[in-house]
Design a protein around this ligand. Sequence first.
Ligand SMILES: [Zn+2]
Length: 378
Amino acid sequence: MTSSLSALDDAAVVAGIAAWARVESPTHDAAGVNRAMDLVAAEAGEAGLATERIAGRDGLGDSILLRAGRGSQDRGILVLSHLDTVHPVGTLARDLPVRVDGDRLYGPGVYDMKGGAWLAFQAFKEVARAGRAALPLTFLFTPDEEIGSPTTRAIIEDLGRNSAYVLVTEPGRDGGKVVTSRKGVGRFVVEIEGRPSHAGTRHADGRSAIREAAHQILAIEGLTDYARGVTTNVGSISGGTAENVVPQHCRFTVDLRVETHADGEAYSNRILGLSPVGDGLRLRVTGGMNRPPYERSPETGRLYEQARAFAGELGFALGEVPRTGGGSDGNFTAALGIPTLDGLGIDGDGAHTLQEYGLISSVRPRMRLMARLLEELH
Ligand SMILES: [Zn+2]
């Protein structure tokens, strides 16, 4: 099977992923993200794939949609990859140049997730070329996953509803394990307005927004319940103007993670329902659940078992990680009840750090696994 995949050696794997990693594509740099999309479009064109480019909006990059396989009315297989990274332009030249060290390929986005996007794309092209897929195949490359997919969520959900299976190429974990459940993610902004006054002469007249924030932050962080799988994190804060002014304003952001839809609703409501502790202060909370929880359904369990069996035939063990705290675009499709298997990308480590790398030896086995899934799921 998949003859041209077998012809790819390590040098070709490194060259292919390195070429994608060298096109820096932080989410908010639409031009950079679009240059990464250009690489996909050019390769898809050479492969003769039906390619649709969906224009970006709200200042973000474009998406690319590829279709292959049978043009039937059957619900097919959707592959999801994002080409944006968290690394600002300049990371490549300064802190994380593309380089090989033994089995490790370093570079911005190599692990999360250009390595996975690249390997899945090679498998997709091969299966499309050979015309062997049992189901219609769709591949969506997105520009904004790292900021919660604000401009592509609706596209992902529309495609997901018409799919029998969703395969997500986020990185493999802990020795290449795949992901079958993820926590849901909520994002909130808390803005507090107090009353400014001179900290020396008029202290009693002031209503400190920062003091109020301190109360609220402890209350919010106190919602963390590890046994329940619920965490809250106040991740950034700003406020006040000077040492000698009782502060009028304070603003902070909250990250909420939950395991179930019910907790997503309950904890969101608790955060949105916060009220001021002190008199004479105003509290405004905005936000809500950004990604719904990705709960492991029996159908997703069966999809994993199928993938594990294919991997076994290909000569490697495919483990499954316990529920992970990080969200992905798989959360959207899993929440719609579509069997979703994630973590099918490259193995490695260091996501979102300057030590990010992918394991070169993990690419070809996982490429073959992706090809098997695309060919044989039915
Ligand atoms: Zn990612």
